[in-house]
Design a protein around this ligand. Structure first.
Ligand code: ZN
Length: 246
């Protein structure tokens, strides 16, 4: 499974700009990179149209063509474009996800993404809508364009500007994608084992639980969840005191 992630705008095209100066292109990129990290940690291949502050062309039509070209050459199964919305009315709020037509094979994914974002972030659900946006019209694979929230709304701009919230949004989008694909997406953190003599991996989150194996000092491990100071890893549970997040 491969997903092509498109962070909208970039370079000289800031996209929409919020009342306090937050640029859409920056939010889109941060969320796109977090999203890609979560998906690849969960075994999904990722292609990005951009990983930097770059428009991908001299003007926006060149940029849009380039994005579609990257997507179509990537062999991706789905295309997800990340944007923030804007309106003249600063009270306009909420999330919407666009597909090209109502018969799009991305319709279910669009609905799942919208459900997860609105559930997780408390944004108003404006719905899954259709539009002839260039990138969702011209990509070969099922495609969605996510308008996370309104950068023109001061309250939503504040949420969009926050690094932790950007991670939360990315996780919500990832879970929506996962729901549509039947993949249980987990938020993975990386940790380093700091127990000098190694760290026991146990069957459950307790020193009473049987030992399954041991990690070596300095080993890098995946952490999927935390319970009472214990971390769930690929192999079992370890005591969190001997792991340092990296
Ligand atoms: Zn945009």
């Amino acid at each position: 499974m491969k997903i092509c992630i498109d962070a909208g705008h970039g370079g000289q095209d800031a996209g929409a700009v919020g009342p306090s100066g937050l640029k859409e292109k920056d939010v889109n990129l941060k969320v796109a990179l977090y999203l890609g990290e979560i998906l690849s940690n969960n075994g999904i291949d990722v292609e990005y149209t951009r990983k930097e502050d770059d428009l991908l062309g001299r003007n926006s039509s060149e940029s849009l063509r380039k994005r579609v070209e990257i997507a179509n050459n990537s062999g991706a199964d789905y295309f997800i474009s990340i944007h923030c919305n804007a309106a003249e009315n600063s009270n306009a709020q909420g999330s919407e996800v666009f597909i090209y037509t109502i018969r799009s094979k991305a319709k279910n994914m669009a609905e799942e993404i919208l459900n997860k974002i609105t559930e997780t972030m408390g944004f108003v659900k404006r719905g899954v809508k259709t539009a002839s946006f260039y990138v969702i019209k011209n990509t070969n694979m099922p495609a969605c364009l996510v308008e996370i929230a309104f950068i023109s709304n001061p309250r939503e701009e504040k949420v969009l500007s926050d690094d932790k919230m950007q991670q939360k949004i990315a996780l919500a989008i990832a879970k929506g994608i996962g729901n549509a694909l039947g993949i249980d997406i987990m938020e993975v953190k990386k940790g380093k084992v700091i127990a000098k003599s190694g760290l026991n991996v146990r069957k459950g989150p307790s020193t009473q639980a049987p030992i399954l194996k041991a990690y070596k000092y300095g080993e890098i491990i995946n952490i999927y969840s935390i319970l009472d100071g214990w971390y769930k890893t690929d192999d079992g549970w370890v005591f969190g005191r001997y792991v340092e997040f990296i």
